[in-house]
Design a protein around this ligand. Structure first.
Ligand SMILES: *Cc1c(COP(=O)(O)O)cnc(C)c1O
Length: 393
């Protein structure tokens, strides 16, 4: 049997033992409805309060009650975009975002366009960075919201979040950031970075799937997305998901606690992986920013190759990678992120994302490199495209 190697941690991670231990009692002994007034309910709410405190502390929120639990990053992004836009419509109808946001942001913006909002999708440079000058140039009196992701999930580029927050506030504009890929990868401080609303998710940081949170600074007006009971201070109805919240709170705490150690380890692995690729495989391009990036995401374009074919060959060897974001995988279209970088069709089609997790080792990388060298050679041999010009036949 092949050893299985998982290099798709930007799509999802396993649930860590510490997190699972935090969750287990919430399925059996601590099963009360957190909104109930009796002892069972209060005990469950105690667990939720602790998780909220842990998350607030990890991102330096002023108050724990600025953390609102959601069903994940997608809901938090939908809520932020729709809820902030609709609650502040009296001030204007213009929103600025970028061309490389997660689909949950882009699709929410599209839906707002149908409701009469005007959206500016800022372009990015060849490294995936949006320019501050460009942002300022596009601000109008009608601009009510700027939403820009902290870390891109396909290429790992980190935006200048603090400067964007400052710019937004100088113009009296609300600033939201999708920080799903930033938790555990960079130090997040919502006060210092002038963030008004921030999206987080559990399953990218060794927590459970189907849980996330939106940080909303007190005083910021936002409409509900989910209507129902009075849970989450009347802002998000639905019986509180105690086990997932317990796990998510623990996962955020651990990700923040171990940030430096994990990033150092992953940086060493990344450097080694890229050295090996450079040494052993010609015609490879690294996508993303050379400096302003998270360590765990490595996006490479293999020239003269179809990324999906490479993904499948690696899968036969037990190695899991991704061609774009998981949401678009399977579709014939190339990634909107790689398109925004200005990558040509061939380079976009030949892109593979390797995302390293905290359990990666040099031995695993050696195995991957060996298989990668062989698979790339195999595919290039049968490729209709050659380096010496145009099509082979
Ligand atoms: C995964 C991801 C999301 C969506 O989070 P879910 O919890 O899976 O809904 C949003 N934004 C980014 C950048 C992501 O990587």
């Amino acid at each position: 049997m092949n050893e299985k190697i998982y290099l798709d941690n930007a799509a999802t991670t396993y649930v860590s033992g510490e997190v699972l231990n935090e969750m287990l009692p919430c399925f059996s002994t601590i099963y009360g409805n957190a909104s109930s007034l009796h002892n069972f309910g209060r005990e469950a709410m105690g667990i939720v309060d602790r998780a909220r405190d842990r998350i607030a502390k990890a991102i330096n929120a002023k108050m724990s009650n600025e953390i609102y639990f959601t069903s994940g990053g997608t809901e938090a992004n939908n809520w932020a975009i729709m809820g902030l836009a609709l609650a502040n419509r009296n001030k204007g109808n213009h929103i600025i975002t970028t061309a490389i946001e997660h689909e949950s942001v882009l699709a929410s913006c599209k839906s707002l366009e149908q409701m009469g909002f005007e959206i500016t999708y800022l372009p990015v440079d060849q490294y995936g960075l949006a320019s501050l000058a460009d942002l300022m140039h596009n601000i109008k009196t009608e601009t009510i919201l700027i939403s820009m992701m902290s870390v891109n999930n396909e290429i790992g580029t980190i935006q200048n979040i603090k400067a964007i927050g400052k710019t937004a506030h100088e113009h009296g504009i609300i600033f939201h950031t999708d920080a799903v890929q930033a938790v555990g990868a960079l130090k997040l401080d919502v006060q210092d970075m002038e963030i008004d609303a921030m999206t987080m998710s559990g399953h990218k940081i060794y927590g459970p799937k189907g849980i996330g949170a939106l940080y909303i600074k007190n005083g910021i007006k936002i409409n509900n997305l989910i209507y129902g009971g009075s849970q989450e201070r009347n802002k998000r109805g639905g019986t509180i998901n105690v086990p997932s919240i317990a796990g998510f709170g623990k996962a955020v705490e651990i990700a923040t606690r171990d940030l430096a150690v994990n990033q150092q380890k992953i940086k060493t692995i990344r450097t080694y992986f890229l050295e090996q690729v450079n040494e052993k495989i010609p015609y490879v391009k690294l996508n993303g920013h050379p400096l302003q990036k998270v360590q765990g995401i490595v996006n490479l374009s293999f020239e003269m190759i179809d990324g999906e074919s490479l993904l499948m060959l690696l899968d036969l060897d037990g190695i899991a990678v991704s061609t774009g974001s998981a949401c678009t995988a399977g579709l014939a279209e190339t990634s909107h992120v790689l398109q925004a970088l200005g990558l040509g069709e061939e380079l976009a089609r030949g892109a593979i994302r390797f995302s390293f997790g905290k359990m990666i080792s040099k031995e695993k990388v050696d195995f991957v490199i060996d298989k990668l060298v062989k698979s790339v050679a195999k595919l290039r041999k049968i490729s209709p495209v050659t380096k010496t010009g145009g099509n082979k036949k």
